[in-house]
Every structure is written in C-alpha cells, then in structure tokens.
Write a protein that binds this ligand. Structure first.
Ligand code: GDP
Ligand code: MG
Length: 733
C-alpha cells in the first residue's frame, strides 16, 4: 500500500459469528489480502480503507470467546494485540447477546488495549424489542461504542470516523481496566503486582496486574515466557499462585480460573444493569407466543377452552345462585308481607304481583350479570377471548357466526340450565355486527334454567325410563336449532359477508382487578338503568293481562256464596268425634273453591281469552286452551308455564320444585300423550324468549325491531316445528 497518508492499524476481534468478517468486507470491499499467520494455518485477512487524510489498515483476527491462550486462534488474537500493538482494537460484538460477548471485550480492556466496541446485529436487537442504552454502556466500559448492522453496511461510516477521531487522541485512552476478583484473590494479586512492578518483570510488554492474573490462571504461555525472563521471580509468582489455588480448592472447592471467570461475568452483569431493557410489549408478545403454543394447541387448546367455558358457566350459575336466591327470597317475603298487610283486592295484587315481582325480576338478574360480565371482562382483558374466537371461528363462521358466539350460547343454556339474559349480554364481546345479531337472535333457543322444569316434568311423565336421554336430545335440538336458524338468518335477512377475522392475537396480559370491576359495574349498571324500567313496565302489563277483565259480579257472587257455606260449616263444627276429618274436608273444599276461582279468573282474563281464542289453531300442534294460557304466561318468565298450568288445572299455582300434583293430573288426563308432550317440549324450547330476554335483545341489538322479530319469528318457527312433528307422529302412530 503506497500512500503518504498516516496509517492507522486496526485489529478486528470478536466472538465467532458476531459478524466480524461481514463487517470487514463491508468496510474494505475488494481491497483485501488473505494470508496465513507465520508458521500456522490460521488465516490472516487484511484490508484497507482510505479516508481523505488517513489510511486505515484492518486485520480480521480469528474469532474467539476469550484470550486465555487455550487454542491457536486465541493465542493468535492475543499475541497480535499484545505484540503488534495495533492503534485500535475494534471488538465486534453480537449486541443481541451482550453478556456473553462482553467477556472478550473486558479481557481486551484488562490488557489495556485501546478499544472500540462495535455493537453489531442491532437489527436483531430491535427485532427482539431490546433497547440498549449505548451512552451508558460507553460510560461504564470507558470506551467508545458504535452501533452497526454489518450485513447492511450500517454504522460503517460512523465506525471509520470514530477510529480517526480516536487515533489523534490515543494518549487519552484509558489505562488497563482493573476489576476486583474478590477477597480470596485480590490480596494475592496485589502482592504479586508489587513483586512484578518492583522488578519490572515483563512490564515492557504487559500490564502488571494482567501478568499476575495469568499466573493465577496458570497460563502456560506467559509462565514459560516469564521463566525465560527471570527464573527467580517466576518461581515466586508460581509459588504464590499455587498457594492460593490450594487454598481455593480447600475452602471453595474450585480453581482460581473459575473464580476469575465468575467475577468477570459479575462485573459484566453489573455493567449491563439498565443498559439492556427488554421492551415490555415485546416481552409480552414473546411470552404470549410460548403460552399460545400450549393454549391454541390442536388437541390441548380445545380441551382447555372447554374447561374455561365450563368454569365460567359454573361460576355464573352456581356462585350466582347464592345472591340470586337471597334476592328472590327477599322479594318473595316482600310480596307475602304486602299480601298479609293490605286488604285483598286489585291494589294488593298490583303491588305484590305486578310491581314487586317486576322489581324482583330486574334485580334477580343482577348477580348473574355481574359474574358473567366479570368473567367476560377477565377473558377479554387477558387476551384469552381472542384465542377462543381463533379456535372456534372456522366452525362458527360456517353458520354465519363468530368464534366468540360460543360464550353467549353456553351461558344461555348451551349447557342446560343457563339463562338467555346474561347470554345475550355476553354477545357484546362480538365486534362484528351481523354475527352479533345472529348470535343474539339464536341464543334464546338454548335450554335455559326456567325451561328445564317443564322438560323434567314431561320427561318424567312420558319417558320415565329415558329421562337423561330425553334431556340430552333436547340440548342437541337446541344447538342444532341455534346453528341452523343462524345459518338461515345469515343467508336471508342478515345476509352479508363475514367480518374478516383478525388473525392477530393480542399478547396476554394480567387484567387489573380495578379494570375488571369498572367494566363489570358499568355494564351491570347499564342493564339496571336501561332495561330495568322497561322490565318493570312490561311486568305490570303482563300482570294486567292475566288479571283483567275481572270476573263478572254473578260469578264472584257464586264463589262468595260457596265460601260462605263452607265458613258456616266450619263455624258449626263442634268437638264431636271425627272433628279433624271434617275440618280437613272443609278446608280442602275451601281450597278447591279458591283454586276454581283462580282458574275461572285466569280463563276470563285477556291472557286466558287469547289462549282460548287460539285453541283452534294451537290444536294443530296438540295444545288445548290450558296449555295456551300457560304458554302466554310463559312470556313473563318460563318458570310461569308450570305455575300457570297448575292454575289452569285448578291446582293452584304449582311450584317449580313440587310438580307432583300437576304430574298426577296430567297422567290421568286422556288428552295428554307422548306426542303432545314432544310437541310441547319443542315449542317451549323454541318459542318467543321471555320478555326480559326480549328487552335484552332490544338493548343489545340497538333496535326494538329485532326484539319484535325474535318474538314473532321464534314463535312461528316453534309452532311450525311442533305442528310438523305432532302431525307426523299422529300420522304414523
Ligand atoms: P464472523 O464469524 O464474526 O466472521 O461472522 P460472519 O461475518 O461470518 O457473520 C456470521 C453471520 O452473521 C452471517 O450469516 C452474517 O450474514 C450474519 N451477520 C453479520 N452481521 C449481521 C448484522 O448486522 N445483522 C444480522 N442480522 N446478521 C448479521
Ligand atoms: Mg469470520
């Protein structure tokens, strides 16, 4: 290289695969020269870079992890730095694994060589979401740091400029870095350094502390060189080293080399504190990927999902049942109180059956809603809901639904015993309007807890040997109806392309309790505020429909006169034999009259008239006016079906949990048979949702139009289905 410009000699060091050769090529281009180090086969690459005022002479040293002369490469690299004394050493480090790479850099600094750190592979670092505080690293290392991406030639120019600027201030470069090797080695090192310095033992070539360290590390190269220089001093140092080695072996069960390495790594990790910060977001993404390998696994993912959905379901209905029954008990007690305190009559009835029941209905859903909203907020905020959608989307999108539709279906009674009100509310996880609407409209087909007693009653009477199978078939029918009707709706009135599913899964994160509670409360309060008043109003309307018009005077007078006769009988009872029997007889007669009055009143009411009016039509599906009335009542709440059926059969309002009198009555009734039972089961499963669910549909779909649609469509669909089944059964059997 013929040039009069001053030459700067630079050695490139670095761990293997840190990108040293790539950087070397990027810097020098074709101006390279490849040879061998004298006497050995290790390749020596040299190259040149010309700047306006300097010529930079680069030597690509062999890649090494350390400078402990264990291999030929390490020895070449070390000797080049020590003996050739390049103007600068550029240590190319893989910045993506700084801790391991700085081990070599630290050793170069201990040698007192003027060092520049090239933080290579910065592209990888950024991709991994790691941020490096380069200026802090410069400050701690006491040397210049340049960021590079060798493969793209980035940072090349800055490196060249740094080299040139340092060359002119070479004298300012730091003295060898001295780090502490702890209480076992430091005192010995200090003694050895004193001996070395006093005699100037090899100090023209190496820093004194470095020589002492090499003796502690039993570095053969240095020790044999030392012996050649001065046998006596070398002996002294070897003796000191041996002594401390024995001591270390005895007390710490380890060698000085290991202790030295430990302290170097300790030094590096304290050096790197606050230099390396892993991006929280990226860290979460990486963590999420790991978790997802498990949670969206082909086999395990669905199993875990079933578990989660089942837990949400249980939590909602089993835990929710505790406050739910408290609220129901409270309103039951309130109703009884009003009936006890107030005189019989319309006002009492309005207050007890219209208003208190209405408010009770509004509030009894609150615990369920709070729990389901809490669970949903947790699943959404944690990021798991997106995984559920991801796993189920293929199946559900076939039916025009969304993966997230699973939650509304399950909660509505996809596992028998749910409730459509929290189910419909759960549909707010769906962001795509068409899929959401289809979900809201079909979730009420599921087997909610209020329909269940009807199914249990009929199954026990007509299929006593196959009750479980019957219930299972009903659940299957519910799912099939929901999915098929949804497919139908999505290809007719809510037709439209599926909202493309966003494949990007958000990283998991631990939701905060505060966030969950806020979500839960906001949504619950919205329900109370927006749905509450409407539910109360409708509750009063239903009460009125089942109460008015009142029986005409002459009918009431008839019941009054009957009651008066019984009262007289009761008063004329005396302590004769058979008193108790007679008394019981009179009381049961009284009850019968009371129940007949209730039946009469119900049949006479608007609801009853609708039931009677519909009989010619409903008989196609096998339903008489009594069933019709109870189904009309079922619109208030499906629980009412059984109690109204009781009233219509003059049994009084039958309780859900004791249907034995009703079962007896149905069994003896020649009008009842299995065909009618099957038809009724289908109808109850599929017809109009209860009015609270209807209000929920209106709220969640944003339109009363859809609430009206659900009532009409579901009832027509249910009736068509029941009729078809009933007629087919009649035809064959
Ligand atoms: P050496 O063993 O230190 O000489 O490393 P090389 O120069 O042979 O590079 C090792 C590998 O790292 C090669 O595949 C290079 O393409 C790659 N590499 C080098 N520098 C960079 C960089 O800055 N970014 C990335 N992503 N890869 C790099
Ligand atoms: Mg190489």
């Amino acid at each position: 290289m013929k040039s009069n410009k001053p030459k700067i000699r630079i050695a490139l060091t670095g761990n293997p695969n840190s990108g040293k050769t790539t950087l070397f090529n990027a810097l020098t281009g074709s101006r390279q020269h490849v040879g061998n180090y004298p006497g050995i086969t290790v390749e020596k690459k040299e190259g040149f870079v010309e700047s306006p005022e300097h010529v930079l002479h680069f030597v690509d040293l062999p890649g090494t992890y350390s400078l402990t002369a264990y291999s030929q490469e390490e020895l070449v690299a070390r000797n080049y730095i020590i003996i050739e004394k390049p103007d600068l050493v550029v240590d190319v480090v893989n910045a993506a694994s700084l801790e391991r790479n700085l081990y070599l850099a630290l050793q170069i600094l201990e040698l007192g060589a003027p060092l520049i750190l090239a933080l290579n592979m910065m592209d990888e670092v950024r991709k991994k979401g790691i941020t490096l505080n380069t200026s802090l690293l410069e400050q701690r290392m006491g040397c210049r740091v340049v960021e590079t991406v060798a493969r793209q030639g980035k940072g090349k120019q800055e490196l060249i400029e740094t080299i040139i600027s340092l060359k002119s201030r070479k004298d300012e470069l730091k003295a060898p870095v001295e780090i502490s090797y702890g209480p076992d080695l430091d005192p010995v090192l200090n003694e050895m350094v004193a001996v070395i310095k006093e005699s100037g033992f090899m100090t023209e070539t190496y820093p004194a502390r470095w020589i002492a360290l090499k003796y502690l590390e039993s570095d053969e190269e240095i020790i044999s060189e030392g012996r050649r220089k001065s046998r006596d001093i070398s002996k002294k140092l070897e003796g000191a080293a041996e002594e401390v080695a024995e001591h270390c072996l005895k007390t710490l069960k380890t060698y000085p080399e290991a202790i030295i390495a430990d302290y170097r790594y300790g030094f590096i990790s304290s050096l790197l504190k606050d230099v390396v910060t892993r991006d929280q977001q990226r860290q979460r993404i990486e963590m999420s990927d790991h978790v997802d390998r498990f949670l969206t696994h082909r086999m395990f993912g669905p199993l875990f999902m079933i578990f989660v959905l089942y837990m949400v379901y249980n939590l909602t209905f089993f835990v929710g049942d505790i406050p739910l029954s408290l609220i129901e008990d409270f309103f039951g007690w309130m109703g009884d109180m009003v009936r006890g305190v107030m005189p019989d009559g319309l006002l009492q009835s309005l207050l007890a059956s219209g208003i208190i029941d209405g408010v009770g209905a509004v509030l009894s859903f609150v615990p369920l809603l709070m729990i389901i909203f809490f669970c949903i907020a947790f699943l959404e905020d944690s990021g798991y809901m997106a995984r559920v959608a991801y796993m189920l989307d293929r199946v559900f999108s076939y039916f025009g639904l969304h993966g997230c539709s699973i939650m509304p279906f399950i909660v509505s009674g996809g596992i028998a015993g749910g409730c459509a009100v929290p189910g419909i509310m759960a549909a707010r996880t769906l962001r795509s309007p068409r899929e959401k609407l289809a979900t809201i409209l079909t979730a009420p087909f599921m087997t909610c807890g209020a329909k269940l007693p009807v199914f249990l009653l009929l199954a026990a009477i007509f299929f006593p040997a196959n009750q479980a199978l019957a219930l299972f078939m009903i659940t299957i029918l519910a799912w099939a109806s929901a999915l098929l009707v949804s497919k139908f709706l999505r290809s007719t009135i809510i037709r439209g392309p599926a909202t493309p599913f966003v494949m990007e899964l958000p990283p998991y994160r631990m939701p905060t309790l505060r966030g969950l509670l806020i979500h839960t409360w906001e949504r619950t309060w919205q329900y109370i505020k927006k749905a509450g008043t409407i539910i109360l109003a409708i509750s009063i309307i239903i009460w009125a429909a089942m109460t008015f018009p009142q029986l005409p005077e002459e009918r009431l007078e008839y019941y009054d006169s009957q009651a008066a006769i019984l009262n007289d009988d009761l008063r004329s009872l005396n302590g004769d034999a058979g008193f108790h029997e007679k008394m019981a007889e009179i009381l049961s007669d009284q009850e019968r009259i009371e129940f007949s009055l209730a039946e009469d009143q119900l049949a006479y009411s608007y609801a009853g008239r609708v039931g009677t009016f519909l009989e010619p039509l409903s008989s196609w599906a096998g339903f008489d006016w009594r069933i019709n009335i109870s189904l009309v009542g079922g619109f208030a709440a499906k629980e009412v079906i059984i109690s109204t059926l009781g009233t219509a059969y003059s049994l009084g309002a039958v309780e859900e949990d004791d249907t034995s009198s009703l079962a007896e009555r149905i069994k003896q009734d020649p009008d009842w048979d299995a065909k009618r039972a099957i038809s009724l089961i289908i109808f109850v499963l599929l017809y109009a949702p209860c009015f609270v669910a209807v209000v929920a549909i209106a709220r969640e779909s944003g339109s009363w139009k859809w609430a009206g649609f659900a009532m009409v469509f579901n009832t027509v669909f249910a009736f068509g289905f029941s009729t078809a089944v009933y007629q087919t059964l009649n035809f064959f059997i």
